[in-house]
Design a protein around this ligand. Structure first.
Ligand code: CIR
Length: 254
């Protein structure tokens, strides 16, 4: 069975961290409706959704992906790069402890889950402003005995590695080549985002389903033409908070 941990939208979401997008007014009611539709899409794709209550004093807490890496054998609680996000993990850790042994990234390391793309036993980790070299070192040491291979990936001009590249199956990635050094992905098949849709490389793979923002119609058509099952969602309000579809859940086998 698949489980997805999510967290309801914070009342203070308007005060979210922003790095590469301009601040715009977020319609909280619409954000909540879009988040509900996202949870419903997770359920339809085969997940049992475990929704945590909102943390109204933590604007970015809906983006649960950033606070933990859930692997088959264990979970690693990260130490997010933005200081305002460091306490979001406590309740996620409490939930995850039912399913996984927890390990922890410690200071001075900082790591956002949005920078970690897992493909098989390989963890690609973006060298972003949020995730530092100390985190790579700690991940390597923590995960060595479970045979995970940690590769640092140069990237630029976007928040997280998974803003630039995500997996659509075990051997194929959806990518915006302008934002990421693809050397590490030499063995993968590549699908490029449409050149007019720069933010379109983030797709959430759940079993055989790809959950994907409806605003990227051209790239969505490319995914369909390549034979994938694509479920499109309007996530405009989450995008205004610099969020994407992977960042609102932690999906894992239970
Ligand atoms: C932040 O800047 O931390 C949030 N406003 C957005 C985080 C999005 N997370 C993700 O893509 N994994």
């Amino acid at each position: 069975m698949l489980t997805a941990i999510t967290r309801d939208i914070s009342a203070s979401m308007a005060a979210c961290q922003l790095s590469f997008v301009e601040r715009q007014v977020i319609d909280l009611e619409l954000a909540r409706a879009q988040h509900l539709a996202y949870q419903q899409a997770l359920t339809a794709a085969g997940c049992q959704v475990h929704a945590l209550p909102a943390l109204d004093h933590m604007p970015d807490a809906v983006f649960v992906e950033d606070v933990a890496l859930v692997l088959d054998e264990l979970a690693v609680m990260t130490r997010p790069g933005a200081a305002s996000r460091r306490d979001e993990g406590t309740s996620v850790a409490a939930a995850l402890a039912s399913w996984r042994t927890l390990l922890h990234i410690e200071a001075p390391a900082t790591l956002d889950g949005g920078d970690v793309l897992r493909m098989g036993r390989t963890l690609y980790v973006g060298a972003s402003a949020r995730s530092n070299d100390a985190a790579i070192e700690q991940l390597r040491k923590l995960l060595f005995r479970w045979d995970y291979h940690v590769i640092q990936v140069p990237m630029k001009d976007c928040l997280h590695l998974k803003s630039a590249v995500t997996a659509v199956d075990d051997h194929t990635v959806l990518v915006n080549r302008a934002w990421v050094d693809l050397q590490a992905f030499a063995g993968c098949r590549l699908i490029d985002v449409d050149p007019t849709e720069t933010h379109a490389a983030n797709v959430l793979r759940v079993g055989q389903t790809l959950i994907y923002p409806s605003c990227f119609a051209r790239t969505g058509a490319r995914l369909r033409a390549a034979g994938y099952t694509v479920v499109e969602l309007d996530v405009s309000e989450l995008q205004k908070a610099e969020g994407a579809v992977t960042c609102c859940s932690l999906v894992f086998s239970t």
